[in-house]
Design a protein around this ligand. Sequence first.
Ligand SMILES: Nc1ncnc2c1ncn2[C@@H]1O[C@H](COP(=O)(O)OP(=O)(O)O)[C@@H](O)[C@H]1O
Ligand SMILES: [Mg+2]
Length: 322
Amino acid sequence: MPPAIILKGVTKRFRKNKKEFTAVDNISLEIPRGKIFGLLGPNGAGKTTTISMICTLLTPTKGKILLEGIDVTKDTLEARKRIGLVFQETTLDLELTGRQNLDFHARLFKIDNRKRKVDEALELVGLTKDADVTVRQYSGGMKRRLEISRAIIHEPAMILLDEPTLGLDPVSRRGIWEYINMLIERKNVTVLLTTHYLEEAERLCSRIAIIDKGKVVVQGTPEALKAKIGNDIIILSLKRDDPKLAARLREMKGVKRVVRENGDLFLYVKDVDKTIVPLMKLFSEAQVSGLQIKRPSLDDVFFHYTGHKYEDAAEPERKVNA
Ligand SMILES: Nc1ncnc2c1ncn2[C@@H]1O[C@H](COP(=O)(O)OP(=O)(O)O)[C@@H](O)[C@H]1O
Ligand SMILES: [Mg+2]
C-alpha cells in the first residue's frame, strides 16, 4: 500500500506586496499510515499553506501531492473523500447544538446510518453529555473536540489538523492530545497536524518535519532528532563575549560543537559527566557568570539546523485589515 501522503517537490508562490513570494519551497515528505505526523514550525513557516494544498484548497505552483497514491490535482474529488479537515479558524455554527452541527455535516456528506455515526463521533470526543447544548456555550476545548468529531464522520482515511490546540489553555490542550491519540487507536486513521508548539510536536507526534521559511529543515522521530545533535548541552554565560575561550572549548575532547549566542556559549557534548570537570579548568570565575546543563529539546534541534532561535523565527502576527 502506498503511504498516506506523499509530497514531491511541492512549492507555492504568492504575490505579496507586489513581489513574488515563496511560502512553501520545494517540500518533499512521506507520511506513513496510521501514525501522527507533525509539521512543526514558527508562525509564517508555511504550515497552513502546505495543509491547504494537501486538502486541495490551494493548488501547488510546482510539485506533486499524492493521497494513498491519488494525485490531488488530477483526481480532486477522490482525494477529498479521504480527508477529514480541522482548520485553524472555527467553522462551527454557534447557534446550533453540537449534535445538530454534526448532523448537518452528515447530511452534506450523504452518510448512511447518520444518527448512529453522529452518536459515535460525539462519544469519541467525550461530548455525549453536552451534545444538545448550543455550541455558543461550549468552551474553546469543547469546540475543538466537536470539530475533530465532525472531521471523522465520513470515515476518512486521514485527518488534517491545522494548529489543533491554538489558543487553548494547557489543560484543554492535553485533553485534545488524548482525543487525537484515541483517534489513532480506535479509528486507525493517519493524522497530519501542524503546530507551532514544540511541546505538542514532541508529546504527540511519532514523526515530525520541522519547517522554517517554507523549507523542511529536518525530519525524523523527536527522539532521533534530539539524539542527533548531541546528548547534552552545557550553557556557559560569559561576562564578556570571548572568542578565544570558545576556540579552546572547541578543541576539548567530547565537545561536538560550540555555538556563541548573545554572550552565551552552547557546548554540545557527548557526555556531560566526563566533560564537566576538565571544562571547569578551562575558565576562571572572572570569565563565567553562570553554568547550566540541559538535555536537548526540539528548541535546540531547531536552533542547530537553522542557526536562529525558535521564537525569533516567527513572523509578527499579521495585521488584519478590517
Ligand atoms: N494568500 C496569500 N497571499 C500572500 N501571501 C500569503 C498568502 N497565504 C500565506 N501567505 C504568506 O505565506 C507565508 C506562510 O504562511 P502560512 O502558511 O499561513 O504560515 P503558518 O501557517 O506556518 O503560520 C507567510 O509569510 C504568509 O504571509
Ligand atoms: Mg497557520
